[in-house]
Design a binder for this molecule. Structure first.
Ligand code: UDP
Length: 402
C-alpha cells in the first residue's frame, strides 16, 4: 500500500504539501464511492488508487460495489452504448431491471457518510432509494456529448436529484442539464503495478509467460474488447503496416465484470485475425494482469488507441507515462492528452491509412518515437497523475462541505 510520501520524488514536495493542506479541513469527513465493478476498465483502476490515498490524506473514504444480475449488466451495457449515441429500445422491463439493482442494494447498504460519489450510470438510481442527508455527486466517466435522447431524458430524472455532476472533459458539459457540472480529468497512479518501473528481467518474464515474442517490433492496443475501441479496425491497420515493416500486433483486453459484450467482440476479432493474418503475428490476450499490461506497454514500439468514442482513455495516459509513442483517434479525452506531432499523433478516427502511415514512420525511425514519448511523459507528469486527481477531489469535498 502506498502513502502520499511515496509520490514525493515523482511530483515534488509542493504538491504533497498542498494535498495535506487541503485535507486539513476534512479530517473525520466520511465519503463513500459506489460503482459496479472492482476490476476491468478505468473507473476501478482509479478507485483502487484514489480511495486508499484519500484515507492516507485524512479523509475517511470508502468504496462499495453495486451488485447486479447478468440481465442488469446487459441493460447497463446498452445504456452505456446509447449514452455514446447508439439506438435503444427503452422498455418498461429494462427500466424496472435497471432500478431494481439500486433498490435491492439500498435495502441492505446503509449510508451514513458526509458525501456520496456515484460512478457512471449503473448505480445512478441509488439516489432515489436512500433518504438523502448529504451531498450526492454523480461522477460520469462516459462521453456525454451525443447521448441517445430517449435514454438521456430518462436518466435525467435521476441526475436532477444530484447536487453536482462531474465530467471528464469540458466538451461533455450539457447545456440541457440544470445541475452544476464540474470538470475533473482522470489520472493514473505512477506507483501501481500497471505503471511502476519494471526491470528488464521482469518484463521479459511476463512477455514469455503470456507468449509474446520480442523478435519483431510490437504494436499494441490495451483496451477492453469493446466495439467503441474498434479492435477490428486495428487489425485492418496492422494489415497495412505489416506489408511495409515486419512487426507483431498484440491486442490486450481483459473482460470487465460489468461488460457482457466483451466475449462476443473478442470472438469476432479472433475470427477476423485468423482469416486475415495467418502468420501468428497477431496475439490476442484476455487475461487480467496489471504487470503484463505494464510490460507490454513498455515493450511496444508503438501503441495504438483506435477508439471511435472514449470517455478519457486511461490506456493512452498509461502509454504516454511509459514514454511510448501513441497513435490515437482524436476523440473524447484523448485530445487533452496528446498534442499532435509533438507528444504523439492524433488522427481522424476513420482514417486507417493515416494510422498505418504514422505507425510505419515511428517503427522506421525509433528516434522519432523516443522524442514523442518523452514529451508525452512530461505532459502526463504535469497533468494526469493521481496526486492531481486527489487534489481535485479534496477541492471538491472542501467546496461541498462548506
Ligand atoms: N486494462 C487492463 N487490462 C486489459 C485492458 C485494459 O488492465 O487487458 C485497463 C487499462 O490499462 C486501463 C483501463 O483498463 O487502465 C481502461 O481504461 P480506459 O479509460 O482506457 O477505458 P475504459 O475501459 O474505462 O473505457
Amino acid at each position: 500500500m502506498h502513502s502520499l510520501e511515496d509520490y514525493r520524488h515523482i511530483v515534488g514536495e509542493e504538491v504533497i504539501s498542498s494535498i495535506y493542506r487541503k485535507a486539513r479541513a476534512l479530517y473525520g469527513i466520511k465519503v463513500i464511492n459506489i460503482n459496479s465493478t472492482f476490476y476491468g476498465g478505468g473507473v476501478a483502476e482509479i478507485l483502487n488508487s484514489l480511495v486508499p490515498l484519500m484515507n492516507d490524506a485524512g479523509v475517511e473514504a470508502d468504496w462499495r460495489i453495486l451488485r447486479g444480475t447478468t440481465d442488469f449488466f446487459d441493460i447497463t451495457k446498452k445504456f452505456h452504448n446509447a449514452l455514446q449515441g447508439d439506438q435503444i429500445n427503452l422498455t418498461p422491463i429494462k427500466q424496472r431491471l435497471y432500478t431494481q439493482a439500486s433498490e435491492t442494494f439500498a435495502s441492505y447498504c446503509h449510508i451514513d457518510d458526509d458525501c456520496v460519489i456515484i460512478h457512471d450510470p449503473q448505480p445512478l438510481p441509488l439516489i432515489k432509494y436512500f433518504k438523502k442527508k448529504q451531498p450526492w455527486v454523480w461522477r460520469c466517466h462516459v462521453d456525454l456529448s451525443d447521448p441517445n435522447p430517449t435514454l438521456w431524458e430518462y436518466l435525467k430524472g435521476f441526475i436532477l436529484r444530484y447536487d453536482m455532476v462531474i465530467i471528464s472533459c469540458p466538451r461533455y458539459r450539457r447545456e440541457d442539464l440544470p445541475v452544476f457540472q464540474r470538470v475533473i480529468y482522470p489520472a493514473i497512479d505512477p506507483l501501481s503495478p500497471k505503471n511502476m518501473d519494471l526491470t528488464k528481467a521482469t518484463i521479459a518474464k511476463y512477455l514469455k509467460k503470456f507468449g509474446i515474442p520480442t523478435d519483431k517490433p510490437i504494436v499494441s492496443q490495451v483496451s477492453r474488447f469493446d466495439k467503441w475501441k474498434e479492435p477490428d479496425k486495428v487489425l485492418d491497420i496492422f494489415d497495412m503496416v505489416r506489408r511495409k515493416v515486419d512487426c507483431r500486433l498484440v491486442l490486450c483486453g481483459s473482460m470487465a465484470t460489468d461488460d457482457p459484450e466483451g466475449q462476443q467482440v473478442y470472438e469476432r476479432v479472433r475470427r477476423k485475425a485468423n482469416t486475415m493474418i495467418k502468420s501468428g503475428d497477431v496475439i490476442l490476450i484476455t487475461s487480467e494482469n496489471n504487470i503484463l499490461v505494464n510490460a507490454l506497454q513498455r515493450s511496444s514500439a508503438v501503441i495504438i488507441q483506435k477508439s471511435s468514442k472514449e470517455g478519457f482513455g486511461l490506456s493512452v495516459t498509461e502509454a504516454l507515462w511509459k514514454g511510448k509513442p501513441v497513435v490515437a483517434s482524436n476523440v473524447g479525452g484523448i485530445a487533452h492528452q496528446i498534442v499532435d506531432g509533438e507528444s504523439g499523433f492524433l488522427l481522424p478516427p476513420s482514417d486507417k491509412q493515416e494510422f498505418a502511415k504514422r505507425i510505419i514512420e515511428i517503427i522506421k525511425d525509433p528516434k522519432l518515437g523516443e522524442k514523442l514519448g518523452e514529451k508525452g511523459r512530461a505532459h502526463v507528469r504535469e497533468r494526469f497523475l493521481i496526486t492531481r486527481l486527489l487534489s481535485d477531489h479534496l477541492d471538491l469535498l472542501n467546496d461541498l462541505m462548506r
